[in-house]
Design a protein around this ligand. Structure first.
Ligand code: TYD
Length: 225
């Protein structure tokens, strides 16, 4: 990496085990085995003081109108990238982040039907910053519930979760070289081993560049092969 930072984002539906895998990966990256890197773990929404307030506004308030909700996520994101992620990458740190633009594209753009503008607003807010690697933790949602009869609300919840799951898979398929899709319905240690392997492969691919180097794969337009 030759002094350059490296940026990993975890994505996936609710309850796929992102937090556990982020903690394990961060511990490994900072261990002597992985070169004792300086690792910053962070999250969206809520990775800054302002972000904590925006998170409360978007998650704990009364119903938030969907466009307003999307803009709150984008505001959190713009501030987070400028004040936390970009400085860390410029210092040469490894950033391991819980959720990024794909979450807005899937939850607001797809599930709430707000469309393409969601992605454009986030890219504008972050000046086009894209991670070196996005790890999608993939799991069949609510598998336990599929075995029994569902009422209408349960069916809707499952359908929504399936839409979200497929959204992340489709997203990853657009740029496979910058994504790793990992089967998260397995023992934690097996998932963690695959996460480490995908990170090592991506580190090798990115080599001496940083996520904000204009020549870096990290700033290719979204979806470029
Ligand atoms: P998070 O705190 O990551 O919780 P979880 O552990 O369930 O992943 O995210 C909380 C919720 O916020 C989650 O349901 C996804 C949603 N979200 C969006 O709808 N849009 C976004 O841009 C982001 C970052 C999150």
């Amino acid at each position: 990496m030759a002094g350059g930072g490296f940026w990993i984002v975890f994505e996936g539906g609710d309850g796929v085990g992102k937090s556990t895998q982020i903690d394990l990966l961060a511990a490994w990256l900072s261990s002597a085995d992985a070169g004792a890197r300086t690792v910053l773990t962070t999250r969206e929404p809520g990775g800054t003081d302002l972000g904590v307030e925006l998170r409360q506004a978007v998650m704990h308030g009364d119903h938030v109108e969907p466009h307003a909700e999307a803009l709150l996520y984008a505001a959190d994101r713009g501030h987070h990238i400028a004040s936390v992620v970009r400085p860390a990458l410029e210092r040469g740190d490894v950033v391991v982040q819980d959720r990024y633009i794909d979450s807005s594209v899937i939850y607001q753009g797809l599930a709430r039907g707000l469309g393409d503008m969601v992605e454009r607003v986030s890219l504008w807010a972050t000046e086009g910053a894209l991670p070196d690697l996005t790890v999608v933790l993939d799991m069949e949602p609510h598998a336990d519930r599929l075995a029994r009869d569902l009422d209408r609300v349960e069916r809707e919840t499952v359908a929504h979760a399936n839409l979200i799951r497929q959204g992340f898979l489709d997203r990853a398929a657009l740029a496979p070289q910058r994504y790793a899709v990992i089967d998260a319905a397995r023992p934690i240690a097996d998932v963690a081993a695959d996460v480490r392997a995908s990170v090592l492969a991506a580190l090798e691919r990115v080599g001496g560049t940083t996520a904000f180097d204009p020549e870096s794969p990290g700033v290719e337009p979204w979806g470029t092969p």
